[in-house]
Design a protein around this ligand. Structure first.
Ligand SMILES: [Cu+2]
Length: 178
């Protein structure tokens, strides 16, 4: 069976949404329908939201945005562990948790450290464990990241950390799109 190694986030999302099957690499989020919105342009940003990540919760706890709004998220990891900020539906987060578990099993993600050189390595099947999709950032303690996202009306949209155990511990919040 062909098993996906972290095409992660949006690439995975497009394929999951469209076909409901496991993806084989491929980043076709630009061609596939993207019902939850899409990567936004800096020139279209109308609001900046600061998000801080802790062990194991987000601040703020929930978000409210408008349909069509482009938001810049400035994300800071203030915790002592690696955390992710990922925009997706509940089903997408569940799928991404399997990818992140693989990152832990391969030693790419170790508690408070990310082996970024290992994320670039070919896993022997032409795929890598890269984590570079536009709907997600993965940060070590103290690191900062940014996402620019244009929202579309979506059911069950959430921001979440899919590092194993963190979602279940409470690292998830609702994004209501008005
Ligand atoms: Cu986390």
């Amino acid at each position: 069976m062909k098993k996906i190694l972290l095409s992660a986030g949006a690439g995975l999302l497009a394929l999951v949404v469209v076909s409901g099957v496991e993806a084989s690499a491929g980043h076709d989020q630009h061609t596939a329908a993207a019902p939850m919105g899409q990567a936004g342009k800096a020139s279209e940003v109308t609001r900046t939201i600061e998000v801080s990540m802790h062990d194991n919760y987000f601040e703020p706890e929930n978000l409210s945005v408008s349909d069509g709004e482009t938001v810049r998220f400035e994300i800071t990891n203030q915790g002592g562990l690696v955390h992710e900020f990922n925009i997706g539906t509940a089903a997408m987060h569940e799928g991404h948790q399997a990818d992140m578990l693989m990152m832990v099993q391969h030693g790419v993600l170790k508690g408070d450290k990310l082996d970024r050189s290992m994320m670039e390595m070919d896993m022997g099947n032409g795929q890598t464990m890269k984590h570079d999709d536009p709907n997600s950032v993965l940060l070590e303690p103290g690191e900062q990241g940014e996402i620019i996202w244009t929202f579309a009306k979506t059911a069950n949209l959430q921001f979440a950390c899919n590092v194993p155990g963190h979602y279940q511990a409470g690292m998830q919040g609702e994004i209501s799109v008005q």
